[in-house]
Ligand binder design. Structure first.
Ligand SMILES: C[S@@+](CC[C@H](N)C(=O)[O-])C[C@H]1O[C@@H](n2cnc3c(N)ncnc32)[C@H](O)[C@@H]1O
Length: 213
């Protein structure tokens, strides 16, 4: 369930984005903050170097009651090691236990979800691992299957699928079009879908948000 207005915090980040001083990933994190609560269960579908996983953990971690959980996945061992390293040096042992890392394709995310899990957020940060092998990247066909899976796992009543698309690499624009057309096809009675795009920087990353009402 989305926190009610005023949407404090988000306004500053949005203005920063409009004025060219904040990145779209920062806007994504600020939006997550308005949807996710302590104790929630969330999925990082592309954990990469772990920055999104860490941001998600900070939103859900309720160490006192051991509630809150992050399922994070990546197809590359290198990415999982990088995420694990970042978490180990950034959070307490108690918080670290709330994250589970999986070497798997995000098309299979439903296999991780337990009965009773209320999934508040599924986040995708598409493309390749920064600093890694640029040929190992997300692909339109599997991204589409993973988005379909994400729509099945997120809880009704206020949850989010957040997708950052990169247009600068080969296949990136096609992948963005796949995401955009999937979002455009979701029924308006259950979903609000929007995108944030800098129109005079054609290669700038685009944030697509699918909000389940
Ligand atoms: C842009 S990076 C993610 C950045 C990351 N969220 C962070 O905060 O550092 C994209 C990641 O997606 C991963 N990836 C590619 N195909 C995937 C798939 N089918 N399932 C899960 N992860 C995949 C890549 O290995 C890469 O690490």
């Amino acid at each position: 369930m989305c926190n009610q207005a005023p949407f404090s915090g988000l306004e500053d980040v949005m203005l920063g984005y409009i004025f060219g001083q904040r990145k779209v990933t920062e806007v994504a994190h600020a939006v997550w903050k308005k949807v996710v609560r302590k104790g929630d269960v969330v999925i990082d579908a592309t954990c990469g170097n772990g920055f999104d996983t860490l941001a998600m953990l900070r939103l859900v971690a309720d160490e006192n009651s051991c509630r809150g959980h992050v399922y994070a996945m990546d197809v590359q061992k290198e990415a999982l090691e990088s995420t694990s390293f970042l978490l180990d040096r950034s959070v307490s042992a108690g918080e670290r236990k709330l994250v589970e890392l999986y070497a798997m394709c995000h098309t299979k995310m439903e296999e991780l979800v337990h009965i009773g899990d209320v999934i508040r957020l599924v986040a995708f940060n598409l493309g390749y691992l920064p600093g890694g092998d640029k040929t190992l990247k997300t692909l339109p066909d599997t991204t589409l299957l993973a988005l379909e899976a994400a729509t099945r796992v997120v809880a009704p009543g206020g949850s989010l699928i957040s997708v950052v698309c990169y247009l600068g690499h080969s296949g990136g624009r096609e992948e963005f079009k796949t995401v955009e057309s999937f979002a455009a096809g979701l029924p308006i009675d259950g979903w609000t879908c929007c995108k944030l795009q800098t129109v005079n920087r054609p290669l700038a990353p685009v944030l697509v948000l699918l909000y389940r009402k």
